[in-house]
Design a protein around this ligand. Structure first.
Ligand SMILES: NC(=O)c1ccc[n+]([C@@H]2O[C@H](COP(=O)([O-])OP(=O)(O)OC[C@H]3O[C@@H](n4cnc5c(N)ncnc54)[C@H](OP(=O)(O)O)[C@@H]3O)[C@@H](O)[C@H]2O)c1
Length: 249
C-alpha cells in the first residue's frame, strides 16, 4: 500500500533513533510534516537534516516525555505553528532491567514514568486539539513483553501491559470524535535497545520466532503507518503484534 500523508502533522516520540527514527522518516517520505521528539536535540537535528535532505519536512522538539507540562507545551507549540496534530506516535521507551529481588525503586519508577506515564502525557496533550478537529490517530508502541512477561523486566512488562488498558479506555472515550487509538506490540526488533543481546541469546530467541529473523524498524513503521492512515478509520482499541509470529493470540 502506498501511503499519502500530505498536509498531515505527525508527532513521533523517541524519533532520535531506532523504531521512532525510521517511522518519522517514512512518514516524511509519504508527505507528512514530522515533529520529532526526544530528549536529545542534537540527535533529533541529525534526523531532521536527513529528512530535509530527502525533500521532507521536519521540526525538532527536545522533551522528556515523562513531563506532562513539557508535553503539553510542545503540543501547544506544534498546533500554533502548524494548526493541528493529526497523528501521535507514542514510541519513546527505555529499559532498566533487573530481577525483582535486585530491582531498585528508582528503576521501577523511571520505566513506568517514561513508558507508561509518557504515553498518558502524550494522549492527554493531544486530546483537546484532536477533539476540536474531530479527527485524530494515536498509536502507542507497547511490546510483546507486555503480553508474555519476561524475567528481569517486571517494570518494562508492567508498563507495556498498562498501555493495553490505557489504549482501550481512551479509544472508548475518543471514538465519538473519530479519533482512533491503537497499540502496536513489537517482538524483537534490531535497534540499540536489543543491540546488547549477544549472538547466542539472539540465536535462542530466533528459535521462538516462526519467521526465523529479528524484526526491523521498517517492519514496525509499516503497521504504524497503516493504523495512521485514512484506510484504518474503522479500527480502534486494538493491539497488533509485529513479532514474526512469536506470540500468536
Ligand atoms: N527494539 C525492540 O526489540 C522493541 C521491542 C518491543 C518494543 N519496543 C519499543 O519500541 C519503542 C522504541 O524502541 P527502540 O528499540 O527504537 O529503542 P531505542 O533505539 O533505544 O530508542 C528509544 C527512543 O526513545 C527516546 N527516549 C527515551 N527516553 C525518553 C524520554 N524520557 N523522553 C523522550 N524520549 C525518550 C530515545 O531518545 P533520547 O535518548 O534522545 O531521549 C530514543 O529516541 C520503545 O517504546 C520500546 O520499548 C522495542
Amino acid at each position: 500500500m502506498k501511503f499519502d500523508f500530505t498536509h498531515k502533522v505527525v508527532l513521533v516520540t523517541g524519533a532520535s533513533k531506532g523504531i521512532g527514527k525510521e517511522t518519522a522518516k517514512r512518514f516524511a517520505a509519504a508527505g507528512a510534516l514530522t515533529c520529532l521528539v526526544s530528549r536529545s536535540e542534537e540527535a533529533l537535528k541529525t534526523v531532521a537534516d536527513e529528512i530535509r535532505s530527502s525533500g521532507g519536512q521536519a521540526d525538532v522538539y527536545a522533551l522528556d516525555v515523562s513531563s506532562l507540562a513539557g508535553f503539553t507545551e510542545v503540543v501547544t507549540q506544534v498546533v500554533k505553528t502548524h494548526g493541528s496534530v493529526d497523528i501521535l506516535v507514542n514510541n519513546a521507551g527505555v529499559t532498566k532491567d533487573n530481577l525483582i529481588m535486585r530491582m531498585k525503586e528508582e528503576d521501577w519508577d523511571k520505566v513506568i514514568n517514561v513508558n507508561l506515564k509518557g504515553i498518558f502525557n502524550g494522549i492527554k496533550a493531544v486530546t483537546r486539539p484532536m477533539m476540536k478537529a474531530k479527527h485524530g490517530r494515536i498509536i502507542n508502541i507497547s511490546s510483546v513483553v507486555g503480553l508474555m512477561g519476561n524475567a528481569g523486566q517486571c517494570n518494562y512488562a508492567a508498563a507495556k501491559a498498562g498501555i493495553f488498558g490505557l489504549t482501550k479506555a481512551v479509544a472508548r472515550e475518543l471514538a465519538s470524535r473519530s479519533i482512533t487509538v491503537n497499540a502496536v506490540a513489537p517482538g524483537y526488533i534490531q535497534t540499540e535497545m536489543t543491540e546488547i543481546l549477544n549472538e547466542n541469546v539472539k540465536q535462542e530467541l530466533m528459535k521462538n520466532i516462526p519467521l526465523g529473523r529479528l524484526g526491523t524498524p521498517e517492519d514496525v513503521a509499516h503497521l504504524v503507518m497503516f493504523l495512521a492512515s485514512d484506510e484504518a478509520a474503522y479500527i480502534t482499541g486494538q493491539t497488533y503484534n509485529v513479532d514474526g509470529g512469536m506470540v500468536m493470540q
